[in-house]
Design a protein around this ligand. Sequence first.
Ligand code: IMP
Ligand code: MG
Length: 343
Amino acid sequence: MIETADIVLGCSFGDEGKGKVVYDLLKKNNYDLCVRFNGSGNAGHTVYENEQKFVVHQLPVGILIKNVYNLISSDCLIDVTRLKSEISGLIEKGINIDGRLFISKACHIVTQDCIDYDKANNKVGTTGSGIGPTYSQKMLRTGKRVEDIENELTCLGIQVVDMRKFWFSEFVINNVKNVLLEGAQGFELDINWTNHYPYCTSSTCTIAGAINTGIPLKSIVNVYGVTKAYDTYVGTMKFQPEQYNDELNMIGDLGHEYGSTTGRRRQCNYLNLDNLVESLKLNSCTKCIINKVDILEKASIYKLYHKNEIHSFVNLTDMQDYIFSVLSDVVTQIIYSFNPHSI
Ligand code: IMP
Ligand code: MG
């Protein structure tokens, strides 16, 4: 029976390092089930195990860990061709999904027509994965769902589930105590909450997406809001301010800021604390994880935006003191990560 649930979600424009956080939490705690609650092949969650690199797109990060069950819930989209190659890629690396993967029967299927449409009508710089067109079909109620191709998925060893029954099933009652819910993209890309419509994705990247899985609300303990020590964005909107190009390009180079799904260069900017506070509050985050602090140290650049102004600091401690003064009322813990492979 479910006892606790934690949520990991992006507080920025995606690419905050959620994959690493989820992997680290799964390894250090006793989670039985990892749930992906939004997005699809547009996401790319990168994790490292003994210098070996794994990138998952549609699959929850928990698939990389033996004994962890995984669920892709109804708000996610499924690109079957790419799912198959993701699974076979993992099998080649010695990771078997053997009865550990559940997919909601209500997930919509990404078709080739949707991918073609996305690529041919791409003004906002999407990942070209067919995301917008597939969510459009879902709303038009003309789309194809997992339940329509159930056999094709069960042949792969995937269990198709009815989410109305899942949380109260014998399986969950007997096997699942602790759950970790994993978001894709981030608050600034959310279809409702973005400040930059239409330069956003088409899913719910917030805590609302996590709750829409049907997870019992009473079980939620921690909500980890993940961000980086500087902001990045990939898409056609102008994001990187020209007057700071030299510094921000250096940060982008040192941080290897290229998309894990499309390989595109990410634009960079200094951390925006005003936006971060909104994101942490609106997602009811209990903890804030700030990744890639090591990159600021390498660059020796310590700047952030607060109250719409740039603040510069002489060293990291001063910057952290400032962040603490702003966030200490918002979250119970601020975790700084200097390590690309763990928190
Ligand atoms: P779409 O989700 O492919 O429709 O892309 C819409 C916008 O969201 C584009 O600016 C993408 O670059 C961005 N985006 C989508 N998924 C991710 C992600 O996982 N990380 C970062 N940006 C993303
Ligand atoms: Mg990513």
